[in-house]
Every structure is written in C-alpha cells, then in structure tokens.
Write a protein that binds this ligand. Structure first.
Ligand code: A2P
Length: 351
C-alpha cells in the first residue's frame, strides 16, 4: 500500500535530490517511476536499495501515478503536467511554468500551507531564492509586519543545472593550469553571450526583462507578494551568480511596520523558534552561516542580524540555504508530505 510517485527530470541536479528526499519522506510509497528525456532512457539510478531504470517521459508514463514531481524545465512541465493531472495525479512543479497562474497555489509549507487546499491538480514550488527568503522573513512579517525588502543574492551554480557545475569546474581547472577557457552556458544557456563563472561573479541570472531587472529578480518580487498574500510589500532584488557549487546566500534589507516592537534581540527570538529556521548569529564568536555549511541540510540558516544605521524601521540579515534542497527538492517533497497528512492525495490505493 502507498502512493505511486513519479519524478520528471530524474537525472538532473534537482531530480537526483528529489529521489534522495523521497527515500526518507514520511508517506508510504508503493512504486516509483523515474523519468527524463529519451537521451537518458535505460540509465539506472538507485532508490533505497533498489536499482531503478530511467524511462522516457510520455503522456502514458503517468498512468496510475498519484504524485508527480516535475523538475525538467518549464516546457516539459507545460507539456506533461496536464497529462499527469488528466490521469489523476497531483503535480508538484519545480519550474516557473505555473507559478504566477492564479489557479495554481505557490507554496512554502512553513508560510502558506493553507493555499494547498485551492489546488486544481497542480501546485507550484517557488524559485529557490524566494523560498529561503520566505522561510526567514515570514516569522518577522507575522510579528512585526513587513513593508519593504531589498535583497542581493549570491547564488550557486547548481541552480543552473548539472552542466553548469561541470562548466565551472572545468574552467577553474583550466585557469589554475593557465590554459585558455571557454564559456558556453552561464549566465543563461539561451542568451547571446556567455561569460566564465570560475573565479568570477555574474550579475545576471535568467534573461533581462522589464525595467532592467532579470526574470530571476522579477520572480523574487512577484512570488514574494503571492506567497505572503500581500501585494503591497515592496520587493526589489539583484540576483548574482557566484562560483559556489551549491547553497544560495542572500543579503536582505527589510523595513518593518511596527518599529517600536522590533529589535535585533526580538528578531533573534522570533527566528530561534521559527519552523525551518536555524539561527546562527553570534559575531563575537564568528558564528554566521555559509553555503558550505548549509550543504545537504533542509533548513534555512540566518545570521548577521543588525539594525540599519539610519532607517529606524530597517534591519539587515544574512540568509543561507541549500538551493537544491529547501530551494527545490526538499520543498517539493515537503509539499507532498503535507498533502499526505492533509489527506489530499487522490489515490485509489490508499482510499
Ligand atoms: P536528460 O538527462 O535526459 O536530459 P538539469 O536541471 O540538471 O539541467 O537537468 C534537467 C533535467 O530535465 C534532466 O533530468 C533532463 O533529462 C530532463 N529533461 C530535459 N529535457 C527533457 C524532456 N524533453 N523530457 C523529459 N525530461 C527532460
């Protein structure tokens, strides 16, 4: 007994982590199906102590599937998520394909689990940078109110996929060997120009859109308003790629509504008890989070909380999380866990 679970994009940076997260998920699994493109059909991956064969994704792949986790790019989600829903599956989509669709809940369980109830078959997983910012800021918003957010990100290369990590490693080796280097993927595989990421910093993630902001930056603005359910919150982002394999870091400036109630100590108290948050904030002892330390952890780590030197309602925070886990695979599997506990997975097997 249990659910039949499919992972689409099972060979990718996020998909492989989804498989890992499913191994310890707290719901019963009777069957797994690992899907990718035709190129990967026949490759094997391990799940618990079994060896599983990757299959090509087709509409029929979703026959009998109860939960389908997608992370194979927006186009694949647009093509196959409706096919999965048609066949009775509930889809948790890690791409940006459905995030801003008013019919689709955009969920970070620590923040807006109640939105799951409005799903019509598809639930969207927010952008990795947005998720960790929401986990850190929602407890502050609930306690002190939140007027404004200005965020600069330091994003890991794995967010752009396995091939991008490979490109960084090869460039790094060549630079150390004093050979000439090439760039073919970053900042964005689909854009006109490419720049090296090894020993470099790229102020472009995704393509440029309105007002000189990139799509990644717009995602942080729009998704924050949707997840927090408050279109009035002002959010501006600068998203930057750094030569880190995994773990996104963020420097976040916020302005709170209730400046009388807020203080650095009060903020630390709130975050110490917040779900999914680990407070690492003691500069006297050099305690603050870094991406290497956050690797393979499900939590969001917060440190460097301090008052702005000028604005009475302003505070600064440093927020770090594993972009492949809370930013993607873990948030998706966590949504599946919540759906199970809320009795919202339609499964003949468990009815
Ligand atoms: P494949 O390995 O067969 O290309 P990443 O985010 O690391 O770049 O991974 C992208 C994931 O999406 C991979 O698992 C990749 O599978 C999968 N994928 C890419 N194109 C398709 C497609 N047309 N149908 C199904 N899966 C796809």
């Amino acid at each position: 007994n249990g659910y039949a679970v499919a992972v689409v994009g099972a060979t990718g940076a996020v998909g492989t982590k989804m498989i890992k997260m499913l191994e310890t998920a707290d719901f019963p699994i009777k069957e797994v199906k690992f899907l990718a493109s035709k190129r990967s059909a026949g490759k094997t991956v391990s799940f618990k102590d079994q060896t599983m064969t990757i299959e090509e994704t087709t509409p029929e792949s979703f026959e009998g599937i109860d939960i389908a986790l997608f992370s194979a790019g927006g186009e694949v989600s647009k093509k196959f998520a409706p096919e999965a829903v048609k066949r009775g599956a509930i889809v948790i989509d890690n791409t940006s394909a459905y995030r801003m669709d008013p019919e689709v809940p955009l969920v970070v369980p620590e923040v807006n689990e109640a939105a799951l109830k409005e799903n019509k078959g598809i639930i969207a997983n927010p952008n990795c940078s947005t998720i960790q910012m929401m986990v850190a800021l929602e407890p502050i918003r609930r306690k002190f109110g939140l007027k404004r957010v200005i965020v600069s990100t330091y994003q890991a290369v794995s967010g752009a996929g396995n091939e991008a990590v490979k490109e960084m490693n090869e460039q790094a080796q060549k630079m150390l060997d004093e050979e000439s280097i090439e760039a073919a993927i970053l900042p964005v595989s689909g854009d006109k120009k490419h720049f090296p990421i090894a020993f470099n910093v790229l102020p472009q993630i995704d393509v440029f859109a309105e007002e000189g902001y990139t799509k990644e930056e717009w995602k942080m603005t729009n998704e924050t308003k949707k997840i927090m359910g408050d279109p009035q919150i002002k959010v501006s982002a600068t998203c930057v790629r750094v030569p880190v394999a995994s773990g996104h870091s963020e420097s976040i400036y916020i302005e709170v509504e209730n400046e009388e109630a807020a203080s650095v100590e009060a903020m630390r108290d709130v975050l110490r008890n917040a779900p999914g948050v680990v407070l690492m904030d003691d500069v006297a002892d050099q305690v603050y989070p870094t991406p290497l330390e956050a690797k393979d952890k499900k939590e969001t780590f917060v440190g460097r909380i301090r008052k702005d030197l000028d604005a009475k309602d302003g505070y600064h925070l440093w927020v770090v999380s594993d972009n492949l886990l809370k930013g993607a695979a873990w948030n998706s599997v966590q949504i599946a866990e919540r759906l199970h506990h809320l009795n919202m997975v339609k499964s003949e097997a468990t009815k």
